[in-house]
Structures are given as structure tokens and as C-alpha cells.
Ligand binder design. Structure first.
Ligand code: GDP
Length: 445
């Protein structure tokens, strides 16, 4: 996501780096480059124009700063303006004073509404809420079934019409769900609605009827970031047809160029509240304009990385591992597997590394990282007996062949892993105690 835009902008800035002072012509040339980069990223023209006008005005008026050189000043101005265009402050859910808080989702079919409903429910549950998912998409075959599965995975309750009861009336289902939530004391109701492939009056009417029936505290418009320039028209149509309070951008893990994210706030006046970055329930987070701006400018997003780690890792689990290392006990393949799985739970390694500042220049290498390599290593270790995991030195030719068969890799891949692990274990022993976590030995097939 945002890769091309990010590359373009960082290269614009790197050509500025050597300049001592910025002339009027430098500012104009830089702004021209930024303009092209934004247009190529599918940012809506009026948004680009306003953006460039503000950057130009501020760059011209920029005071001579002791702390920042002229190029850094331009980067700072662009950073500030990106935050602004992305919505400024992080906008959080406004909970109703008297529960339940009612959240309604609207958007085109395929935008990721149903998936998002599950993600939002899990996220709320993790924060101590008792959410109720409501299936009002009675149009798309399987939508109810899909939401039921998601609810189960997220560990939350669902309110859905009985299967086989004809098409059903989504407005009635929505209305009944609120009574149900009150009776059963669910404090947040998330209503999934039907979308169509394109903008469609009937769909808008139905969404508006549901809205009128349940009077939601938040209507969230779910927008597929991959649809490029169509995003703006779709957002406008939903703004007119249903109205919404906030936007959820989905599929930010794909190669969306960023136009939707950078345009939707300015075009609709509504903030982006959440971002969806994958198909799994965990691939979801609050949208922070400042962090996103930093990522676009390749300044990294360490805050998100730390939060993800805190959310994912059990402190005791990490402490146990650290104790083990510090005590000088030998680190076995089981420990190694456990540690690798801990890192793996944080999400795709590529996404993790993408949050490091300055990673942009290593993008090619980054794209070669394949999580399947880690999964392959895990499969190899899992095909070993407990005894082999404790002491891989006993792995002889026939054991190697058995492990290779069990994990579906070549014998040399098994050998490679064992040799590397033993070398690394030796190195660990030689190292003094209390050095913290070791790095992981790699391993390719
Ligand atoms: P709906 O019609 O709006 O309810 O859309 P769905 O929730 O069924 O999602 C449509 C497709 O997009 C499904 O295959 C989802 O798995 C996928 N999807 C949803 N959100 C994301 C996301 O953030 N990233 C990716 N890569 N896929 C997503």
C-alpha cells in the first residue's frame, strides 16, 4: 500500500537534501513533483490542488529554523499536511450514554463489510464490550452464514433470521435486534447491511430504511481502498443516499495506491476511523492519521509495532522465555519453534518490517520475504519426535528421511535446518548469559 507514492515522495525529498537554501524555483519544482506523485496515486484532483497550495504557501513562508534545514522543513510541512488530509486527530467510536451503542455498516458488495463486522466485534470484545452482530445482509447468498462463522471465531453473539425463512425483511431484523440487545444486555450492536456491486437506488433505500428504524450512533461507510478513483464517487453516493459518520478503509494490505485514503476525508468531510489490512480477524486497527503520514514518508510506524506486540504477546510468556535464556539452560528446537510462532502471530513478517523507518529503500528485498519459509521450518520441527527436538544431534539419515516425508520438504532442507540450529546453539552457549533474545537462524528449502 502507498508504495509508489512513498517512493516518489522520498525521492523528491532526497534530491532536496543537498540544498542549503530553497529558492522559489526549488519550491515550485518540488511541488510539481509532489503533485504528480499524488495524482499518480489516484488522489482526487481538488484534494491535490488544495494540498499543493497549502504546501507551497507554507514552504514560502517557512521561517529560517535552527533545528531543521530547508529540506527537512519541506518534509515536515508535507508530513503535517498529510496528517491534515488524512483527518488530523484520531477519531474514536462515540459510545451511546445509554447502551446499546448501535453501529451500522454500509458499503458496496465486496467492500469487506461482513469481514469488518467480525473484526470490529472481536476488537470490541477484546476491550471488554459485549457486542452483538446483526445479519441484515439478506441479499447476498451466504452472507448470514459468513457472519455466523465470523461471530463464532470472534467469540461474540449473533442475531440472524432463521435460515430458510424466505428472503426476510432486513429492516424488521434490524429493529428486532435492538430489542434483543436490550433484553440480553449487549452493549454494542453491529448491523451488517446488504451491498450491491454498483451504486443502486434500491440498496440506498434499504440502507436508509434500516438507518431510520434503528437510529444508529455511528454509521460506518466501508470502502475498498483498491477501487482507486471510483472510491470518491462511491463515497459521495453513500454520503447522499445514506449519510455516514466515519469511514473504514479495507484491503489496505493490497497494492492500493492510496488515493482513496487521501481523498475520502476531504471529499466527504468524514474521518477515516478504522483500517482493515487482511482477511484475518486480527488484521484491523484504529486509523491514526499521524502514523499513516509517517509511513507514507517512510518515517516508520514504531508505535503501531509496539502496540501490536503488546496486544499479541503474553508478558508472562515472554518473561518465561527470557528467564530460560538467562539461566543458561540450553535452547531447544521446541523453544525455537515457540519463539518463531510468537513472532509469527504478529502478522506477516513483511508487514512488521514495513513499519521500520527507512525501510523503503529495501523494498525489493522485503518483497522477497516469504512467510512460507517460516511455516516450512515449523513443519520440519513439528515432524520431529520430542527426543529429536531436544537433541537434534541424534537425527541420522533415516530419521532425516522420515522428517522430510512428514513435513513435505527435501532431505537437504531438514539437514540444513539441523546444521544451522546446532551451529547457532553452540554460538549461544559461548555467548555470555543475559543477552536477551537471540536472533533466529534462517533457513531456506
Ligand atoms: P461484503 O460483501 O462487503 O460483506 O464483503 P466481504 O466481507 O464478504 O469481503 C469480500 C472479500 O474481501 C472477502 O473475500 C474478504 O475475505 C476480503 N476482504 C475483506 N477485507 C479485506 C482486507 O482488509 N484485506 C484483504 N486482502 N481482503 C479482505
Amino acid at each position: 500500500m502507498f508504495e509508489t507514492l512513498s517512493d516518489r515522495l522520498t525521492s523528491v525529498f532526497s534530491s532536496l537534501r543537498s540544498r542549503g537554501r530553497l529558492s522559489e524555483a526549488d519550491i515550485d519544482a518540488t511541488c510539481r513533483e509532489i503533485r504528480i506523485a499524488l495524482l499518480e496515486a489516484d488522489v482526487a484532483l481538488p484534494v491535490v490542488k488544495a494540498f499543493i497550495a497549502r504546501v507551497k504557501e507554507r514552504a514560502r513562508g517557512a521561517e529560517v529554523s535552527q533545528a531543521l534545514n530547508p529540506a527537512q522543513q519541506v518534509v515536515k510541512i508535507v508530513h503535517d499536511e498529510l496528517i491534515e488530509v488524512l483527518g488530523g486527530e484520531t477519531r474514536r467510536i462515540r459510545f451511546a450514554k445509554t447502551p446499546p451503542t448501535v453501529i451500522m455498516l454500509a458499503g458496496l458488495q465486496g467492500a469487506g463489510k461482513t469481514t469488518l463486522a467480525g473484526k470490529l466485534a472481536k476488537w470490541l470484545r477484546d476491550q471488554g464490550h459485549a457486542p452483538l452482530l446483526v445479519a441484515c445482509d439478506l441479499q447476498r447468498p451466504n452472507a448470514v452464514q459468513q457472519l455466523t462463522v465470523l461471530a463464532e471465531r470472534a467469540g461474540v453473539a449473533i442475531f440472524a433470521p432463521e435460515p430458510g425463512n424466505g428472503v426476510g425483511d432486513p429492516v424488521a431484523v434490524a429493529r428486532q435486534s435492538i430489542d434483543h440487545a436490550k433484553r440480553k444486555q449487549y452493549d454494542v450492536v453491529i448491523v451488517d447491511t446488504a451491498g450491491r456491486l454498483g451504486i443502486d437506488e434500491e440498496m440506498m433505500r434499504q440502507a436508509a430504511d434500516i438507518r431510520d428504524a434503528i437510529n444508529p450512533d455511528e454509521v460506518l461507510f466501508v470502502l475498498d481502498a483498491m477501487i482507486g478513483q471510483d472510491a470518491v464517487n462511491t463515497a459521495r453516493a453513500f454520503m447522499e443516499g445514506v449519510g455516514f459518520d466515519g469511514v473504514v478503509l479495507t484491503k489496505l494490505d493490497g497494492d492500493a495506491r492510496g488515493g482513496a485514503a487521501l481523498s475520502v476525508r476531504q471529499i466527504t468531510g468524514r474521518p477515516i476511523m478504522f483500517a482493515s489490512t487482511g482477511e484475518k480477524l486480527e488484521d484491523f486497527d484504529v486509523f491514526h492519521p499521524d502514523r499513516m503520514a509517517s509511513r507514507i514518508l517512510d518515517m516508520g510506524d514504531i508505535l503501531t509495532l509496539i502496540e501490536q506486540a503488546q496486544r499479541t504477546f503474553d508478558e508472562r510468556e515472554a518473561a518465561k522465555m527470557a528467564d530460560k535464556l538467562a539461566s543458561g539452560e540450553s535452547f531447544t528446537l521446541d523453544d525455537f519453534l515457540e519463539q518463531m510462532m510468537m513472532v509469527r502471530r504478529l502478522g506477516p513478517i513483511k508487514n512488521l518490517l514495513a513499519m521500520m523507518p527507512g525501510i523503503g529503500q529495501f523494498r525489493d528485498q522485503l518483497n522477497q520475504i516469504d512467510d512460507r519459509d517460516l511455516d516450512r521450518i515449523a513443519a520440519i520441527i513439528r515432524s520431529m519426535t520430542p527426543e529429536e527436538r531436544r537433541d537434534p544431534r541424534i537425527i541420522n539419515g533415516s530419521r532425516r528421511a522420515r522428517i522430510a516425508r512428514g513435513s513435505g520438504v527435501s532431505v537437504s532442507a531438514v539437514n540444513n535446518l539441523v546444521v544451522r540450529f546446532l551451529e547457532w546453539q553452540k554460538m549461544m552457549k559461548r555467548m555470555t548469559q543475559g543477552m536477551g533474545f537471540p536472533g533466529m537462524p534462517g533457513g531456506r528449502k
